[in-house]
Design a protein around this ligand. Sequence first.
Ligand code: UT7
Length: 315
Amino acid sequence: MKLLGTGSSLPHLQVSNSDLAKFLDTGDEWIVPRTGIRTRHVISDENLEDLAADAAKKALEDAGLNVSDIDLLICSNVVNEYVTPSLSCVLAYKLGLACPCFDINCACPGFIYAMDMADSYFRSGKAGNVLIVCAEEPTRMVDWKDRSTCVLFGDGAGAAVFGKGDNLKGIRLSSEPAPDKICEYRKLLPTPYISKEENEVPMLMKGKDVFRFAVTTSVRDIHGILDEAGISIEDVDYFMIHQANLRIIDGIRERLGVTEEKFPVNIADHGNSSSASCPILLDECRRKGMFKEGDILVFSAFGAGLLSASAVLMC
Ligand code: UT7
């Protein structure tokens, strides 16, 4: 597969750490050194599907393709206002797409999981062009009275169009199932037969465990896929790491022994936008003209599950 175009779209409202300090016992002095986050885009009057459609249209335009050129749409999403149909169907309707479409819920590594699926479609000859849209609103999953989670997240959508090619040089998906490390429970409608106790619980996170998992699996998997592909760390032009926390990104960078210039970051003004974070970063870097043909990009992301994924993609 080969990257043909990217796009992204963000909510207009930006909420700074000092805005949060108006109703929470927090501020720059705690949030910045622990996370690198200064402000985040937060959904207010927008609908997630509109951000997703905006990102998708920009990616199609960047790729020079029309909706009729797309053979498969994969949406990566954890929550949105629809239970059914899937966000991909809502988005397909908005875009005028009539190809197969489905959602995946792989939390933060969703973009790389979707790339892996797209790769399988290309290899089996079932698709010529695939549109991946990662649209997330984690700010609707947290308790805004819980300062240990709500300060970490931001919303947005990132999209990428892939076509046939042999530019995916390696990909690895891994899991260490531990559903209690990051979780949120919702309550379904009652029936005459439900007797068990059910609760609606906003996002709970064991931050230190997630931190350790993120750094160790990311470093292990990046070394693994680069070794398999016969590419040295020095040959990688950019490491596109899930923007969850600057200390996690720095921890990965230091263990890999790579300089800061090869680790683009946008966490300071986005926060953690779950699976949208990698394609938003990719789009911002592409639009700045950072990449040239032949550049080697390594993607790595980790999150609820616990799931992680890494990929090597040549521009
Ligand atoms: O996509 C993956 C998603 N998840 C992640 O990326 C999370 C990874 N983990 C982390 O990034 C870090 O564990 C956190 C940033 C979430 C937390 O950092 P920490 O150094 O592990 O802090 P902590 O949870 O041990 O909390 C230390 C203290 C606590 O106070 P006490 O009990 O020691 O008095 C918290 O109550 O910091 C307090 N605290 C805050 N204080 C001010 C927690 N959140 C805040 C806050 N402002 N927002």
